[in-house]
Design a protein around this ligand. Sequence first.
Ligand SMILES: C[S@@+](CC[C@H](N)C(=O)[O-])C[C@H]1O[C@@H](n2cnc3c(N)ncnc32)[C@H](O)[C@@H]1O
Length: 261
Amino acid sequence: MLGAGRYVGAFFAGVKFLCLYPWIRRKKTNRFAFGVRALNDELDYDCPLIPSRQLTEIFPGIEAETIRTGHVFPWEGSSISAYETLAIGAIIQHLKPKRVFEIGTSVGVTACNLALNLPEDGELYTLDLPPAPEHGGAIETKFEVTVSDRKMIYGDRTVRRFLGAPIEERIHQLYGDSATFDYSEHEGQCDVVFVDGSHAYEYVEADTNTAYRLVKPGGWVIWHDYNDGFFWPDVRKYLKSIATERKIMRVEGTMFAISQG
Ligand SMILES: C[S@@+](CC[C@H](N)C(=O)[O-])C[C@H]1O[C@@H](n2cnc3c(N)ncnc32)[C@H](O)[C@@H]1O
């Protein structure tokens, strides 16, 4: 009976928040959606093609790493979660990469946290579209982007967290469309590539192909926003489509997918 009650409750919550409230209670609907997303991140979602693994299974010994973090305040919506910040910091500490490439800088929170964990001779390259023209005007992209991408693309990305900070000297900001950028000097040179740009299918495909081209043999590709909820379905769809040729894992407790090049 408890089981049946949960389904009935879920049905009424669905009607209320998906059909009724979006029209009359926008704030509550947003809170519900964020709640669903947060819950979803917690859930142990798993699919046989992309199995979930603890970081300690992927990188034995990683639990001993000390992580550096900073530039995380104030909170802003386009970056990764707090646990993901720790996880990616630990990965960088563990792998000691000389060159890391990030696709999608936004305001640079993760760029700072990647750079803070690099070894002394490590460098971070981070790519984003050029900032929006000051007096309006479009930013051209090769492929169509999603609605949520557009929000970030046209958001204020000029206030990057590393500007003027000591960590800035380790970070190289690059500008361009990730689908048409000239990556030649990075091909086969990167130890880690973090894919966190547009969430549209064609971009996930193009950025993934780029990432595998950029990593050295044995280097790692990490995607953000891999999940099985309502958000960014094209990340999941594309990664599943290549998961029979590439060994991809999901990192437990995160929306990271990870694969060795
Ligand atoms: C989710 S945000 C990145 C967040 C950042 N990695 C972090 O964790 O702090 C996605 C970024 O990708 C950028 N982006 C979207 N489409 C792009 C494209 N075609 N080429 C380059 N960057 C793009 C957006 O401008 C946005 O800043």
